[in-house]
Design a protein around this ligand. Structure first.
Ligand SMILES: Nc1ncnc2c1ncn2[C@@H]1O[C@H](COP(=O)(O)OP(=O)(O)OP(=O)(O)O)[C@@H](O)[C@H]1O
Ligand SMILES: [Mg+2]
Length: 363
């Protein structure tokens, strides 16, 4: 969890991006497939929200839809992505670029292909200042040097004239981050920004993102499938499965009390402090093909607790405790909550709840 949590709580920090009921479809030879379904979350100033989920669950599609960067086979089929009061989905590509340039920065996993090999770093970093701020070459170069310093690139006055291949992978990722924050965006989306880097460099890049977030009170959406990154770097977490949000809340809430069986399965699959000494398990099976998502709950095929209701009815995302939400007919903590709060009204339709829903407690 990042240090900003104390000052900027989950509910009081200013919303920067509000995503509501976002649907994304792709055209395939076998028909249209929905790859992002009814996704919603709020990214707040000074906080990092992690989009977490297994490969193929729709994290990148969600990010690209927000940033207006979907490939031609994909399109936004519904929903809203409101960046500082403006719905990005209602804009033309031109309007969106005008807003997204200064308002939203995006960092991708592959820093080498994202940089143009034939231009110097100074030229590429300076471009945003020339296009959006009307600066001349000299002014833009000075801004580029300043940015390089901010993101920790040594000797920026000389390195500004270097080409991408003259930098290490970690330095290139710093340059991409510099490009993303050049115009002081309110929102930074980082899609697996450290996957291609070695562990020490990963930590440095994460530190840099946290520093930039603090300096500028940015909202950060961090896409990852790494639970340790979520635990250490994020304030809020949105867990996705097969294109849907299945659980969300603050990192504290979700890690202490996972309420969706999928989240619980993920948390049980890695050794964290809380789980140290327990046997590693991974979730048996694999996510459904998105073209063949069953009726009912998206997780039913792998869920150890799936009941008839889960096969019949898609569970809505419901608030289970203090802002924490899960899309599950039988959320795991409902038993604990009802013991702590006898007569409480939560999940009153959960008539078939049994002790078995508390997974491997103390195991
Ligand atoms: N161009 C495309 N054509 C067809 N299917 C696609 C295309 N791009 C993505 N998909 C499908 O959309 C789904 C969501 O993909 P997405 O890239 O958002 O997953 P992800 O959660 O980012 O996964 P990863 O962790 O591997 O990056 C996947 O099932 C993928 O197969
Ligand atoms: Mg991805």
């Amino acid at each position: 969890m990042s240090q900003s949590t104390i000052e900027k709580s989950a509910s009081t920090a200013t919303p920067v991006l509000e995503v509501k009921n976002l649907d994304v479809d792709i055209r395939t030879p076998r028909g249209v497939v929905r790859v992002v379904s009814q996704v919603g979350f709020t990214a707040r100033a000074g906080r990092t929200l992690a989009l977490l989920g297994e490969s193929g669950c729709g994290k990148s599609m969600t990010a690209k839809a927000i940033a207006g960067l979907l490939d031609s086979v994909a399109h936004v089929a519904g929903g809203e992505a409101i960046l500082q009061g403006q719905d990005l989905n209602q804009m033309s590509d031109k309007q969106r670029r005008a807003v997204a340039g200064p308002g939203l920065g995006m960092v991708f996993q592959d820093a080498l292909t994202a940089l143009n090999p034939v231009y110097t770093i100074g030229t590429q970093l300076g471009e945003a200042f020339r296009i959006h701020r009307g600066m001349n070459k000299k002014q833009a170069k000075a801004q580029a040097i300043d940015l390089m310093r901010r993101v920790g690139i040594p000797e920026p006055e000389t390195r500004v004239n270097s080409y991408p291949h003259q930098f290490s992978g970690g330095m290139r990722q710093r340059i991409l981050i510099a490009m993303a924050v050049a115009l002081s965006p309110r929102l930074l989306i980082a899609d697996e920004p450290t996957t291609a880097l070695d562990v020490t460099v990963q930590a440095q890049i994460m530190d840099l993102l946290a520093k930039l977030r603090e300096e500028a009170d940015m909202a950060v959406v961090l896409i990852t499938h790494d639970l340790a990154v979520v635990a250490e770097e994020s304030d809020d977490v949105c867990v996705m499965y097969a294109g849907n949000v299945v659980e969300q809340g603050t990192v504290e809430q979700v890690f202490a009390n996972p309420t969706h069986p999928y989240t619980k399965g993920l948390l049980d699959s890695v050794p964290t402090d809380a789980h140290r000494g327990t046997e590693l398990s991974s979730i048996p099976g694999s996510p459904p093909e998105l073209s063949k998502i069953p009726a009912g709950c998206v997780y039913q095929e792998r869920c150890p607790f799936a009941a008839q209701k889960c096969r019949d009815e898609r569970p809505a995302l419901r608030t289970t405790a203090d802002g924490q939400q899960a899309a599950c007919h039988f959320p795991l903590t409902s038993l604990a909550a009802s013991i702590e709060n006898p007569g409480g009204t939560q999940q009153s339709d959960n008539t078939t709840r049994t002790g078995a829903h508390v997974l491997s407690e103390g195991a």
